[in-house]
Design a binder for this molecule. Structure first.
Ligand SMILES: NC(=O)c1ccc[n+]([C@@H]2O[C@H](COP(=O)([O-])OP(=O)(O)OC[C@H]3O[C@@H](n4cnc5c(N)ncnc54)[C@H](OP(=O)(O)O)[C@@H]3O)[C@@H](O)[C@H]2O)c1
Length: 372
């Protein structure tokens, strides 16, 4: 008879569940909905997603009555932030297709569950949902508890969630879309940029999400990644975060000199940027201003530097930054020149790196490139 393993508290204390017991299980043991259920979902609601429940409740391993746990296949576990749409959703889809157990996270529960459902409809049952608002450290801590309880380890973290820190005036949506589709991509980008403003609140939110958010999610999950035999972190960067866009030589030097940089200094620079933003001092200080999206550029540059510091501190992990290319997603009103499948290639390469693979690198699409 086949048994099913359900890991509840680390690799050593797996819970074994007979197939016939599944209908009798308390809802909290249904992996897909465990988080929702703990926050009030009804068991009936869980039954609305039978394919996910039955597949997910099979856990990641199985064995026969002899109980030989040595022969269990050890499925890798990945967590992807902002997995409900865009490049993040594509990464979840492809990781799951590769046989990885995927924790698709989203800040919005409904959008996240719908995304898991869409992947389930494609036959990808090894995807579970967990709510994660990256800018809230307590949400990151809850995600870490969830992973620890259910899997006992994390092999891959994809810090994908991000915002552009700007507000685009759409006006009349019909005209907006008409004009967007009637010009070439470069003209369209310029057209979008002209209608884009960068209010302070958006800049602040951008730093909180793209820089501080990645840091708090990483910190919460780091012990679990270190307990994997081959932990990997993929940080979704952007070409906009390259140091060449900083006009100030001093800032550029400081951010390139990783040996002398600390996380505390990066936090100070984040504060300094917001102060300069408020005081109208971005250009005099040498922050990136040409081409707009200053907060976005700075958030990604700080994130790149943080990744490099972390890669030095934890040589056993593979920690890399990836610019996915200019990809058709909601972030750019679907104006990119790559599909999400194409944009996900680099991040997936880094997520599926073999043990001992590169670390501390910047990848432009699928090529190793420079942080400058
Ligand atoms: N598209 C490009 O051309 C491009 C180029 C370079 C880099 N990137 C980077 O690629 C990553 C993915 O972007 P995308 O193009 O796929 O954009 P997208 O379609 O707008 O997706 C962004 C995702 O991040 C989530 N998110 C935003 N703020 C969050 C928060 N505070 N907590 C949790 N999730 C949050 C969004 O959730 P909601 O649905 O709830 O908003 C969404 O799932 C970003 O880091 C972006 O900077 C994209």
């Amino acid at each position: 008879m086949q048994l099913q393993q359900w890991e509840t508290a680390g690799r050593s204390s797996g819970r074994w569940i007979f197939d016939w017991m599944l209908p009798k299980l308390k809802p909290k043991y249904f992996l897909l909905s465990v988080d929702q259920l703990s926050r009030g979902w009804s068991r009936n609601k869980a039954r609305e997603v039978p394919s996910r429940r039955s597949n997910l409740s099979r856990g990641s391993c199985s064995l026969h009555m002899d109980g030989n746990t040595q022969s269990l296949p050890k499925k890798e576990v990945a967590l992807v932030t902002g997995g409900n749409k865009g490049i993040g959703l594509e990464i979840c889809k492809q990781l799951a297709s590769s046989g990885v157990m995927v924790v698709l996270t989203a800040r919005d529960e409904k959008r996240g569950i719908e995304a898991v459902g869409a992947l389930g409809a494609l036959g990808l049952s090894n995807v579970v949902f967990h709510q994660l608002e990256v800018s809230d450290p307590s949400s990151a801590a809850r995600s870490a508890d969830f992973i620890k309880d259910k899997f006992g380890k994390l092999d891959i973290l994809v810090n994908n969630a991000g915002i552009d820190g700007a507000k685009t005036e759409v006006g009349n949506p019909e005209t907006f879309w008409h004009e967007l589709t009637s010009n070439d991509p470069v003209e369209r980008l310029e057209w979008i940029r002209k209608r884009t403003m960068e209010p302070y609140e958006k800049a602040e939110e951008c730093l909180r999400t793209n820089y501080h958010g990645i840091k708090s999610v990483t910190k919460a999950l780091l012990p679990l990644l270190l307990s994997s035999s081959h932990g990997r972190i993929v940080n979704m960067s952007s070409r906009y975060g390259l140091l060449r866009f900083f006009s100030g030589e001093e800032l550029k030097q400081e951010l390139s000199n990783i040996d002398d940089l600390s996380e505390e200094r990066l936090d100070e620079l984040s504060e300094l940027f917001l102060k300069d933003f408020k005081d109208g001092q971005l250009k005099p200080r040498g922050w990136p201003t040409d081409g707009g999206y200053s907060a976005y550029r700075v958030s990604k540059a700080l994130m790149n530097a943080y990744s490099r510091i972390l890669a030095k501190e934890h040589p056993s992990l593979c920690i890399n930054c990836v610019h996915p290319g200019y990809v058709q997603t909601d972030m750019n009103f679907q104006n990119g020149d790559l599909t999400v499948e194409e944009g996900a290639r680099g991040p997936l390469m880094m997520a599926l790196l073999p043990k001992g693979g590169m670390t501390g690198a910047y990848i432009h699409c699928t090529e190793v490139s420079s942080f400058v």
